[in-house]
Design a protein around this ligand. Structure first.
Ligand code: HEM
Length: 307
């Protein structure tokens, strides 16, 4: 099987850095980036050997708008711009960047060290767009207080959902990533009654029980996000989202990994545009998407052949 980047399917970590960058438009910068990308699997391996308990994963992914600069001859079949959407007061913007570094492990100090290493390697060739430090909050909760990730695919099914297969053989072992930084309005959220919060999620808060299907409102996040295809199969993504924040700005870094770009797009449309009867996802009334980007994380083999 193609060697894939380990972070695509690995279980959640306690700490993560999402770093987005723009690469200078010069042949020298593209060459530097090729060198840096080709070394990523070895760098991850070296950190994993030196700090075996840290469970380090370094995932790199190339932005849909930059892909052609790096690899004009070959493009993942479904790599397209982030699907910007809006409906009434809800807007999902497209804010393109060139490169994503998703660094995660059990140790913030090591995540910092990896970030600093890559920053040094790219000096003079890249500009930082955003650097977001995420953390596992309580028992894997979002800052709204609800457990996040419960219905994520498990075991071997994670690879089936997240890794491109032989349908696009050059890019087998890669993964389509959609990334959005959401800023929560926790003041407004914390003012509504518990029952209303639970109805909006379609799950209970303290003990994370799923509502019976008949009790889920059409505006519930878990109803709008839980879709089936025409043959009745679940439309699935693998989420690697984590909270971020401080006392002034906080929310969720939402990250979808998938073998195809379509499931995320379909789910986002269901949340924002609604069910055709005016029911959008009411969770979106309490949070704002401030960024939205589409990337492709190629297999380790594909990265290594860049030099
Ligand atoms: C489920 C939070 C955005 C897709 C959930 C759950 C929570 C949650 C608490 C229930 C537990 C679980 O199964 O994980 C949030 C927050 C968001 C957000 C706070 C943004 C601020 C999104 C987006 C998508 C998405 C943008 C995809 C486009 C899903 C899916 C499920 C889910 C597929 C599982 C539904 C099911 O099968 O029950 N989310 N989510 N979420 N979310 Fe989100």
């Amino acid at each position: 099987m193609t060697r894939f980047q380990s972070g695509v399917i690995a279980e959640a970590n306690a700490d993560a850095l999402f770093i987005t960058l723009n690469i200078n438009r010069s042949p020298e910068s593209a060459d530097c980036l090729r060198q840096v990308l080709a070394e990523v699997p070895a760098t991850e391996q070296s950190f994993r050997q030196r700090y075996p308990d840290a469970d380090m994963h370094i995932t790199v992914a190339i932005g849909s708008e930059y892909w052609g600069q790096l690899s004009p001859q070959q493009r993942p079949a479904q790599l397209r711009a982030f699907p910007a959407l809006s409906n009434g007061g809800i807007s999902m913007p497209h804010t393109p960047v060139d490169l994503l570094l998703h660094i995660r492990s059990e140790r913030h100090d090591l995540n910092y060290e990896v970030a600093a290493l890559f920053s040094e390697k790219l000096t003079g060739h890249a500009e930082l767009a955003e650097e977001v430090h995420c953390f596992c909050y309580l028992d894997s909760r979002d800052l709204t207080g609800f457990v996040d990730g419960t219905e994520n695919p498990e075991g071997d099914h994670r690879a089936e959902v997240a890794l491109v297969g032989e349908e696009d053989s050059v890019f087998a072992g890669g993964s389509y990533i959609h990334l959005q930084r959401y800023e929560h309005d926790l003041k407004a959220w914390n003012q509504i009654p518990l029952q209303q919060q639970e109805d909006i999620l379609g799950r209970t808060k303290a003990d994370n029980r799923e509502y019976a299907s008949a009790d889920k409102a059409a505006f519930a996040h878990t109803r709008r996000a839980s879709l089936k295809d025409s043959e009745g199969r679940s439309i699935e993504i693998l989420r690697h989202s984590l909270p971020y924040g401080n006392l002034t700005r906080r929310g969720l870094m939402f990250a979808s990994y998938c073998r195809s770009a379509e499931p995320f797009t379909k789910i986002l449309e269901s949340m924002v545009l609604g069910d055709g009867s005016g029911h959008h996802d009411h969770l979106m009334n309490f949070t704002t998407a401030v960024t939205g980007q589409a990337f492709f994380a190629p297999s380790s083999q594909w990265l290594e052949q860049l030099i």
